[in-house]
Design a protein around this ligand. Structure first.
Ligand SMILES: Nc1nc2c(ncn2[C@@H]2O[C@H](COP(=O)(O)OP(=O)(O)OP(=O)(O)O)[C@@H](O)[C@H]2O)c(=O)[nH]1
Length: 554
């Protein structure tokens, strides 16, 4: 038998992908194998990596056995390398605590009870005897019924919005949360025991999620809460009730039994009553919707992150390659130096979203699911690179992709920022582009009947809908449909009623030029939208549903 390292005999790089889908294991008798080839093969595209060995039998037949097939295109994405696919959605399982156990207590015979009453003085515990003299040895309720101790209540599970948490990533690493069980009744066997106390209830398990998390039941997609403000909380699983205690009466004393008003053990199976109720297990879908007043949208490299860095203390990653931003970055404008009252009291929050590209609705680039984070914003800022060949077209691509996701975003008040005005070519074009953007009608094809009918307008393309339907993923479907609320009214609007930008501002985010003017425009717009639109760390509760979109006209 020869052992050598070689490429598998029939695994050319081009055939690698087909190999990985073939049944990879071939059994052969040991005696048939004359050669054993170990191979570590990688296709030139670096898409497939296989580790395997091949057998050559005496009669010339060959078989290839693949031990490991690694095809990153099919392999599940890695949470550490692709966190943006995980940070805003997760499914977790929570379980409340079981109730603690009650106890089986023995009923003392009347003789013992009397003896205990008489002999109480001679007993060590003076306190107990005093109490017994006043109330009798047994605890009774107002109606005379015996009060028996209960097992402790199991811990509830509460989801709470926490300012200190900013993504749902950690929940992918730990998906199961279980509250503690209530403690058992800690009593000795006699009903006359001086220490008959309820079991201790377990504390609630508080699961901290980022502010802006929407909590739904996975099964049925039932909405439970929108935790839009810090400290908002929702009880998602109630702890099990503690078990009751029961009284066991010795057979010999049954004839002396006075009727007692308490659960009595009549047969062995009654012991099951002392068991506490089990806790609830619930599967939850958590979806994070960033809470911000202003959403920055734009094509990749337009300078959104640079703008966020220029107007806030946020330190987003900035680089001259597309898709530097993979997850929304949040920044808070600390004050507007250009403001008449010396700045914002609350400081609006700005969200910098990943870049959108043409075809994002078909899944190109990072897709457009992150646009769900615009839902709570009051004002959109379209960031356009004024130094490109056709900034007006870039702006239209942006509007089109927004419209494909949710046409409601077209009537959202927006400011256009023409960035990179420090570059001479951008400076030259600026007056003309500004004029065009303020005057140009919204392209009619965005509102064509055809587009409306085939459902693309709904922000849910057919492929997406069909795949969710096929997978039976009701809650995802519901999410998408929710994101597209308000569509019907908008679809009826005529193209003319879609608002032009509130303002077109030229800036250089890199040099800080024009930033003051932008802050002024933002401030005025937010003020017109009402004081509730300015969210702060302590006042984050925007309600897009109740928000009336003004018809901005210049
Ligand atoms: N000349 C000039 N360059 C700028 C300006 N603003 C941003 N840039 C550059 O443009 C490139 C992209 O900037 P980013 O802020 O990362 O752009 P982005 O829109 O956040 O990009 P994505 O994360 O890909 O969406 C960087 O090299 C910046 O230095 C500007 O005002 N003038």
């Amino acid at each position: 038998m020869a052992l050598c390292v070689s490429a598998p005999p029939f695994a050319s790089p081009s055939s690698m992908s087909s190999l990985s889908v073939l049944p990879n294991l071939f059994w052969c008798k040991r005696s048939w194998a004359t050669k054993l080839h170990f191979s570590l093969a990688k296709s030139p595209s670096k898409l497939d990596l296989q580790l395997g060995f091949s057998f050559s039998s005496r009669n010339g037949r060959q078989a290839y056995c693949c031990l490991i097939t690694e095809n990153p295109s099919q392999a599940p994405p890695n949470i550490d390398t692709e966190p943006h696919k995980y940070f805003d959605q997760v499914v977790i399982v929570v379980r409340s605590g079981d109730g603690g156990q009650g106890v089986v207590l023995t009923m003392p015979s009347p003789a013992t009870e009397t003896k205990q009453k008489r002999g109480s003085k001679s007993e060590a515990s003076a306190t107990v005897s005093k109490r017994n003299r006043k109330k009798g040895p047994l605890k009774r309720g107002p109606d005379g019924s015996l009060l028996l101790p209960m097992g402790g209540q199991g811990g509830d599970v509460v989801i709470v919005a926490d300012d200190g948490t900013d993504s749902l990533l950690d929940f992918h690493r730990k998906r199961r949360y279980t509250a503690k069980r209530g403690s058992n009744v800690d009593a000795m066997g006699s009903l006359l025991s001086a220490h008959l106390q309820d079991g201790v209830s377990a504390p609630s398990l508080r699961v901290h999620v980022p502010v802006g998390t929407v909590v739904k039941r996975k099964r049925g997609g039932k909405f439970l809460a929108d935790l839009a403000s810090p400290g908002d909380e929702v009880l998602v699983a109630r702890g099990g009730r503690g078990g009751i205690s029961i009284v066991e009466i010795p057979k010999t004393n049954r004839r002396h039994l006075r009727p007692i008003n308490a659960p009595v053990m009549t047969e062995e199976s009654d012991k099951a009553l002392i068991k506490g109720m089990p806790g609830e297990e619930v599967t939850l879908e958590l979806t994070l919707r960033v809470v911000a007043d202003v959403g920055l949208v734009g094509l990749p490299n337009a300078g959104k992150s640079s703008l966020l860095a220029a107007v806030s203390l946020a330190k987003p990653e900035i680089a001259d390659y597309p898709f530097t931003t993979l997850m929304p970055n949040l920044g808070q404008i600390g004050g507007d130096p250009g403001g008449l009252d010396g700045g914002f009291a609350l400081g609006p929050t700005v969200a910098d979203l990943p870049g959108l590209i043409k075809g994002a609705h078909l899944g190109k680039g990072l897709g457009r699911m992150f646009l769900r984070h615009l839902r709570r914003t009051k004002l959109l800022v379209h960031v356009v690179d004024a130094a490109t060949e056709d900034p007006v077209q870039d702006y239209n691509i942006l509007r089109e992709e927004l419209q494909m996701y949710n046409p409601e975003y077209l009537i959202w008040p927006h400011i256009v920022v023409l960035n990179k005005l420090d570059l001479p070519e951008a400076q030259l074009k600026f007056p003309l582009i500004k004029e065009q953007l303020l005057r140009q009608p919204i392209p009619s094809h965005l509102f064509s009947d055809n587009a409306r009918k085939n459902g693309v307008h709904a922000g849910v393309d057919h492929d997406e809908l069909t795949s969710f339907k096929l997978q039976g993923n009701k809650s995802m479907l519901q999410n998408l449909e929710e994101d597209c609320e308000g569509l019907s009214g908008i679809a009826e609007n005529s193209a003319n009623s879609y608002p032009a930008p509130i303002a077109v501002v030229g800036i250089s985010a890199l040099r800080g030029l024009g930033v003051l003017e932008l802050l002024m425009e933002t401030r005025v717009a937010l003020q017109k939208l009402g004081p509730q639109s300015q969210t702060s760390k302590h006042n984050r509760n925007p309600k897009p549903e109740s928000f009336k979109v003004p018809q901005w006209r210049l």
